[in-house]
Ligand binder design. Structure first.
Ligand SMILES: [Zn+2]
Length: 247
């Protein structure tokens, strides 16, 4: 999958359900592909999906974005770059329903996805940071989100889909980007060949002509031991930095 995000599971109000059109015959779906794919039930195998129009949920992203501005009065270079990524149209809010072939529409499971594009694979770490922050945003603002945002759109949230674990430990770097730390080293690709590293950075950073050489070997050498303490060093989790490391 390219990208990352969170899913808020919940219930859809009956009147919102009634406004969703019934499944259309195959020729109607072919002729009006966009409308059919976003506005009516369609099946993949024995599971039926729907993505009703969800323009009224767009304020969710605005609330998330304001939450970040409140938390980051003085964004670090890596944070500032992440905010620019978020402001470039990479986020999407979607309402989704899913049901089995033997279930009625009333038995469907509903969720709101707040997703961040991985930009065709070159921004996967940025998307993971955005999802990490979205998990914090939801947990700290869940009551306000329910009262002011989702219920106005006919959706009663129950909580985050915990089946989608959000990748969790990040390190801001002097170059103005975040690295994702993995507990187990994995192959990393550098101009000098493949290395084993705990860190993953955006492909876009590796391809940036302004970034000197291969940052991964130096990041691994300088920071792997530090990150083994299990703590995330992003600006949200460690706003004052942590001992021994000032971003
Ligand atoms: Zn963090």
């Amino acid at each position: 999958m390219s990208g990352n995000g969170i899913a808020i599971v919940g219930e859809l109000a009956p009147d919102r359900l009634e406004s969703i059109p019934a499944a259309k015959p195959w020729f109607a779906r072919l002729l009006r592909r966009t409308e059919a794919s976003r506005g009516a039930w369609r099946n993949i195998g024995t599971t039926w999906f729907i993505e009703p129009p969800s323009n009224d949920l767009a304020p969710l992203f605005d609330d998330y974005r304001r939450f970040l501005d409140d938390r980051f009065p003085q964004p670090w270079p890596a944070t500032r770059q992440l905010l620019e990524y978020l402001d470039s149209g990479v986020a999407d809010v979607r309402l989704r329903g899913e049901r089995g072939a033997d279930q009625t529409v009333d038995e469907a499971r509903w969720r709101i996805d707040l997703v961040f594009s991985g930009c065709a694979g070159v921004g996967e770490v940025s998307a993971a940071v955005a999802a990490h922050w979205a998990g914090h945003w939801y947990k700290r603002r869940r009551d306000a989100i329910a009262d002011r945002l989702t219920q106005a759109a006919g959706f009663t949230p129950h909580g985050l889909d915990e089946g989608l674990p959000v990748a969790g430990r990040f390190l801001p770097l002097e170059g103005g980007y975040y690295a994702l730390y993995h507990d187990e080293p994995q192959p990393g690709f550098t101009a000098a060949g493949e290395i084993e590293t705990h860190f993953e950075i955006d492909e876009a950073v590796l391809e940036d002509p302004l970034v000197d050489g291969d940052p991964l070997p130096a990041i691994e050498a300088h920071h792997a031991a530090r990150m083994a303490d299990g703590r995330c060093r992003c600006q949200l989790c460690a706003p004052d930095g942590l001992p021994g490391y000032a971003p």
